[in-house]
Design a binder for this molecule. Structure first.
Ligand code: GDP
Ligand code: MG
Length: 162
């Protein structure tokens, strides 16, 4: 079964989207050495096409450097493991340095990447979201994980690649 990973820095809404999309939650603590943060795996489907969804992230305590290193590790693991990557960013905060860092890693990946701009709850935020074209990852998908808005278009695009 194809694997779709959701990556991005903490608090952008990855787990909210994951929980909305999966049918049955299977929490798995990754056993890869050095990667101790939790990765949650779940099964999902869209238009009859099934896939495994991974929610990356977890508990990061430490300095900013450690923090960034951990996110990079999760992204690199996702690039290895996943067939398709959803890179989530947050329209509330706009582009951050960490987003640029992740975008640089993903631009080198030979996997399809979909840029999901989350927390687009109103039309003003839909306007603000265009800023994310500056990440250089192509099309943006504006979504609101809390109510599911925009997620259909995102999933339509994702399943075309799996
Ligand atoms: P994660 O750290 O990336 O997994 O982010 P979470 O899923 O834990 O969400 C972080 C915060 O953002 C929570 O307070 C969510 O309720 C909030 N959030 C997630 N999606 C949305 C959204 O579409 N709109 C708004 N306004 N808040 C959201
Ligand atoms: Mg989370």
């Amino acid at each position: 079964m194809s694997i779709v990973a959701i990556v991005g820095r903490p608090n952008v809404g990855k787990s909210t989207l994951f929980n909305r999309l999966i049918q049955r939650r299977e929490a798995i603590v990754d056993s890869v050495s050095g990667v101790t943060r939790d990765r949650h795996y779940g099964k999902s489907d869209w238009n009859g096409k099934e896939f495994t969804l991974i929610d990356t992230g977890g508990y990061v305590i430490g300095s900013d450097d450690e923090f960034e290193e951990e996110i990079d590790k999760q992204v690199e693991l996702a690039i290895e493991e996943a067939d398709v990557i959803i890179f989530m960013v947050d329209v509330e905060t706009g582009i951050t340095g960490m987003d640029e860092d992740v975008a640089n890693l993903l631009r080198k990946a030979k996997k399809p990447v979909f840029l999901a701009v989350n927390k687009v709850d109103n039309s003003k935020r839909a306007g603000d979201a265009v800023e994310f074209y500056n990440l250089g990852l192509g099309e943006i998908y504006t979504i609101a994980s809390t109510n599911g808005s925009g997620t259909g278009d995102l999933l339509d695009a994702v399943i075309e690649k799996i």
